[in-house]
Design a protein around this ligand. Structure first.
Ligand code: PLP
Ligand code: COI
Length: 354
């Protein structure tokens, strides 16, 4: 790592911002004018640079293509009414990308490179942060192996990149989910707790099978017995039985979600009884049958809080009738009010980008 950090900025000559319809933003399809890049060469991270958004050229023998050494993060930047720019718990994302990197034998990225690099990029692309309701700038930091060779061993070189995408909602509305009884997202001793690209590749096929059956997402269960509920697609899961909000404890197999831990804190602070404990499919099905299942929702950066309309299990569909005074909209309002600087932040989670 270089001793002094200097972030060079090379600005684009041709901004594409005027061609973007900010009132009609998809999720993660459009990228901003710039990106941050930083190479790991000769055993050290080189100086990070902000460059015009562009293709990356790689040797076909680059190890990312063969052995999937790649990890990423998902975060958002929010603009308030006074055009101030905010991040939400960014150091948690920084710490987690290094937890993921370590598991994939990728060298850790220095904190000041991450934070200063991200701040510089956001200053350069500030005009891209949307202000339309429900929109934000989705930020995707990622690292991948650029070193070449077919030997199945860690790469010697890597590239760290941050790309940003002005984005609208991840899901259009409530989703119907299928409880997975065959496939697993992760296993004990595996990489489920890391945000490794391959974790998502492994989800696509079982998710497509669920989509073909009329569901939008898979509820992942534990790999050994498929009896316990773990995650909701690429989100952590919350289940409300009567007035108790239950979420699975994190483990080797579950991503330690920043939204999840924030929702737990906000719910407890709002007087909601929260239980972090294993919850079985049997308990879920029984609660749906006896009417004590009040709500289910996924929680993650991209989707924020995504209410679940019902679930399928063993060939039967269970609907979750919509009640008044739901926790999901209340918790969503409380977390987004902090994120968009619309409410005071007693937890100290908000981080201003100046
Ligand atoms: N679980 C998985 C598998 C994810 O990919 C994500 C998304 O980041 C989450 C949970 C939610 O984590 P966070 O709230 O930190 O975005
Ligand atoms: C996020 O919520 O930020 C994620 O990374 C999930 C995703 C795969 C879009």
């Amino acid at each position: 790592m270089a001793e002094t950090l200097t972030i060079k900025v090379e600005k684009t000559q041709q901004s594409k911002i005027n061609s973007i319809d900010f009132n009609n933003l998809p999720f993660g399809q459009i990228c901003t004018d710039h990106m941050l890049v930083c190479d790991y060469i000769d055993g050290a991270w080189q100086q990070p640079t902000v460059v015009p958004y562009q293709n990356i050229s790689l040797d076909p023998a680059a190890k990312i293509f063969h052995y999937g050494q790649s990890v990423f993060e998902g975060m958002k930047a929010y603009k308030d009414q006074d055009e101030k720019v905010w991040l939400f718990r960014p150091l948690d994302n920084y710490n987690r990308i290094n937890i993921s990197a370590k598991r994939l034998a990728i060298p850790e990225f220095p904190e000041n490179y991450f934070m200063e690099g991200l701040k510089t990029l956001l200053q350069v692309d500030k005009d891209w942060i949307p202000t339309t309701e429900g929109s934000s700038l989705y930020i995707r930091p990622f690292v991948f192996a650029t070193g070449v060779g077919f030997h199945a061993s860690p790469s010697s070189n890597y590239k760290f990149v941050i790309a940003c995408s002005p984005s609208g909602a991840y899901f259009g509305g409530k989703v119907k989910v299928l409880i997975e009884q065959t496939y697993s997202r992760s296993a004990n001793g595996g990489v489920g707790y890391a945000k490794a690209g391959g974790n998502y590749a492994g989800q696509f096929y079982p998710t497509q099978l669920a989509i073909d059956k009329g569901y939008q997402q898979v509820i992942w269960t534990d790999d050994t017995t498929h009896e316990f509920i773990e995650e909701a697609g690429a989100m952590n899961i919350f289940i409300r039985i009567n007035d108790t909000l239950i979420t699975a404890p994190t483990s080797d197999r579950i991503l330690d979600g920043i939204t999840r831990k924030s929702i737990i804190a906000i719910a407890e602070d709002s007087g909601i009884n929260v239980e972090v404990r294993k919850i079985s499919v049997k308990e879920l099905v029984e609660s749906a049958k006896n009417g004590s299942l009040k709500e289910m929702f996924g929680a993650g950066t991209a989707a924020v809080i995504s209410p679940i309309a019902g679930f399928g299990f063993d060939g039967t569909d269970y609907d979750i009738p919509e009640i008044e005074d739901r926790y999901a909209p209340l918790l969503k309002k409380k977390i987004t009010d902090i994120q968009y600087n619309r409410a005071s932040d007693k937890f100290g989670w908000r981080f201003e980008v100046k």
